[in-house]
Design a protein around this ligand. Structure first.
Ligand SMILES: Cc1cc2nc3c(=O)[nH]c(=O)nc-3n(C[C@H](O)[C@H](O)[C@H](O)COP(=O)(O)OP(=O)(O)OC[C@H]3O[C@@H](n4cnc5c(N)ncnc54)[C@H](O)[C@@H]3O)c2cc1C
Length: 409
């Protein structure tokens, strides 16, 4: 694409300066956008990446600077440390909580999601993990708890973030209990058989996992001392991490006319546009894009999706041959010194084939098959299995080809 074919749409305002917002700013400049770019975000530390917050930075292996996503000046973007508070879509004006009114030609909502709290929060010693400030707060508490030599951490929710925090805390010698309402962590996503296999990673590493129960209340005032469960047990706790999912940050859009889904998220077409005039777009964790193959809107809370949607929106805004975006649904998670990857979306009726690799470590790959078609692939501590699956898929192979490729590894 040559620069003279770019329709530079004037001023682009991006709400949210995290991975989605900052990749969009970079993508717009790369695509030849010459107009203004303003990044709006109340987090003074933004832009930074979130995956290291439950891994390297929480563990103390990286300093915060290594999660930086760059300086808005490098994309010739203005940065406002404020929150978007109200949208006048007809007047193309965004109102910030510091009283500023920003006019725009295109507005992009990349304002992500916020953790769901438990009743009884905030309370000292009880954490959620979304921001760098949250990570620093939790790390200080893990230092305190770990320093006693017999510290007890309760993690509420055994999803990816809960499991990563459990793994990081365990590596610091802290006694960890994970409480999970489902029969096994992630069983709604992976199916019970595979989720139960994955859950063994916790036991392998000395983490106690309680499933099929949930939190009745937090105990202790002003600092947490325990967690009362619905089955009557009370778990003593020096610190608690709550990882029970997120809610898209759309409260401020109420009444703006921007279409919102009842279960959360901004409704977008397959190009990320949220309005017929194509002046407002949304991407990343806050967005629910129409998936042309699935025939419905889906919201994905994974890093790769935010990055790819930012690239797609940059193309749509600059007019450089937009194409409907197809989500691959890829996520990785680092736990207990190894890596888990999921590519694709397992369906509830998919058949499952598990192939195990040799060696001392728990290493396996799972093919989810829908007839002959490969619907999704999970790998646990076996990166080569993901590479082989991608190769087979690129060659239009079916589930049998992928399983055969794994057996040859
Ligand atoms: C601890 C942690 C670990 C993770 N690890 C992984 C991983 O290993 N693999 C993976 O695939 N994904 C991981 N994720 C998920 C991944 O980080 C998210 O999918 C990704 O950050 C989404 O990017 P985003 O730009 O859409 O939104 P976010 O990263 O949520 O950023 C939204 C930004 O918008 C700002 N904002 C909110 N409201 C407003 C407002 N009203 N006005 C202006 N700005 C606003 C926020 O301050 C924030 O900076 C992890 C997430 C967390 C929290």
């Amino acid at each position: 694409m040559t620069a003279d074919r770019v329709e530079s749409p004037g001023h682009v305002v991006i709400v949210g300066a995290s991975v989605g917002g900052s990749r969009l700013a970079a993508g717009l400049r790369k695509a030849g956008h010459t107009g203004g770019i303003t990044l709006v975000d109340p987090d003074p530390d933004a832009p930074y990446d979130r995956p290291p917050l439950s891994k390297q930075i929480l563990a103390g292996d990286w300093d915060a600077g290594r999660a930086s996503l760059g300086d808005p000046a490098q994309w010739d973007a203005a940065r406002r440390v404020a929150a978007a508070a109200e949208l006048d879509a007809a007047g193309r004006t965004l109102c910030l909580d510091d009283g500023t009114r920003l006019g725009y030609d295109r507005l992009v909502l990349a304002c992500g999601a916020a953790p769901r709290p438990l009743p009884g929060m905030p309370r000292r010693g009880v954490h959620t993990l979304r921001t760098l400030a949250d990570c620093h707060g939790l790390r200080a508490d893990l230092d305190r708890v770990g320093g006693t030599g017999h510290g007890r951490l309760v993690v509420v929710g055994g999803g990816f973030i809960g499991a990563e925090v459990a793994s990081t805390a365990r590596a610091r010698g802290i006694g960890v209990t994970v409480v999970e309402a489902l029969p096994a962590p992630l069983s709604a996503l992976l199916g019970e058989e595979v989720a139960a296999e994955l859950a063994l990673l916790h036991a392998d590493n000395g983490v106690r996992l309680l499933t099929g129960t949930s939190v009745a209340s937090l105990v202790g005032e002003p600092s947490v001392t325990g967690v009362a469960l619905t089955d009557g047990r009370v778990l003593p706790a020096d610190a608690v991490v709550v990882g029970i999912g997120v809610r898209p940050n759309t409260g401020w859009l109420a009444g703006s006319g921007i279409p919102l889904h009842a279960d959360g998220g901004v409704l977008c077409d397959a190009y990320g546009a949220a309005d017929a005039a194509r002046t407002v777009y949304a991407l990343g964790d806050v967005a629910r894009w129409r998936d042309p193959l699935l025939g419905r809107h889906v919201r994905v809370e994974h890093w790769t999706s935010a990055v790819e949607q930012a690239e797609a929106v940059a193309r749509s805004i600059t007019g450089a041959r937009p194409a409907p975006y197809r989500n691959e649904f890829f996520v990785w998670s680092d736990q207990y010194g190894g890596k888990i990857t999921l590519l694709g979306r397992p369906g509830p009726d998919d058949e499952v084939t598990v192939v195990r690799a040799g060696g001392e470590r728990r290493r396996f790959a799972v093919a989810y098959r829908n007839g002959a078609r490969l619907a999704a692939v999970l790998t646990v501590n076996w990166p080569k299995a993901l590479v082989a699956a991608r190769r087979s898929l690129a060659a239009r192979g079916g589930a049998d080809d992928v399983v055969a490729a794994w057996k040859d590894l």
